[in-house]
Design a protein around this ligand. Structure first.
Ligand code: 5GP
Length: 189
């Protein structure tokens, strides 16, 4: 997605530890027009898959997931991260290792909102080593739902998550794939 690549070059910042900051337009302050076009681009690609739910993890995945859900006219569900006390007794959980914080956390989704009849589109803001997506795939598996596609705003192609998911047969659509960020210079695939 040319528009996203140009925005990354204009407003993205490369931090030590191979972190790309996109928080002026993607995941802290959010550009709603860009986000709407991101959602529509995902929806156009995955529309033929008969998607019934869009699934993401709070908080950064919610904006692109909601926009994709809007364009597909299906509900969006986000996995909660913080000991969800009010979620009831019936839920699915998975463990995720956080790339940005280098720690493990549990994600949780109420069993009311995901079932074996669902065809799920997984969305996230970044794909690095693939831990977050694998956590969401785990939740889908526990619910008996089929994971019908994965939509990522920015894939860091020099980390293995995307290649591993594609090798497993998943349709991974990344709107921008960063090939390298060495010396702070961002190069796209
Ligand atoms: P993974 O689980 O694929 O290793 O990492 C993806 C998750 O970590 C995303 O949900 C995202 O929030 C965070 N993440 C990974 N790399 C980056 C990065 O370079 N920049 C930002 N802002 N978040 C990242």
């Amino acid at each position: 997605m040319k528009e996203l690549e140009e925005r990354i070059l204009k407003d993205g910042r490369v931090l030590p530890g191979n972190i790309l900051k996109a928080d002026s337009f993607l995941n802290h302050q959010i550009d709603p027009d860009l986000m709407q076009r991101i959602g529509e681009t995902f929806a156009d690609h995955f529309r033929s898959q008969g998607i019934t739910k869009v699934l993401t993890i709070e908080a950064s995945g919610i904006a692109p997931a909601l926009m994709a859900a809007c364009a597909l006219h299906v509900p969006m569900v986000f996995a909660k991260k913080h000991g969800a006390h009010n979620i009831g007794n019936d839920f699915y959980t998975a463990s995720v290792h956080s790339y940005t914080y280098d720690s493990d956390y549990t994600i949780i989704v109420s069993s009311s909102y995901l079932s074996s009849s669902d065809r799920v589109l997984i969305i996230d803001d970044f794909l690095a080593n693939g831990q977050a997506v694998h956590g969401l795939l785990d939740i889908c598996k526990k619910a008996g739902a089929s994971a019908s596609g994965i939509g990522i705003c920015i894939e860091k192609g020099f980390q293995p998550g995307g290649a591993e998911l594609r090798a497993l047969g998943y349709d991974v659509m990344s709107l921008a794939i960063v090939e390298s960020m060495e010396g702070g210079t961002i190069i796209f695939r």
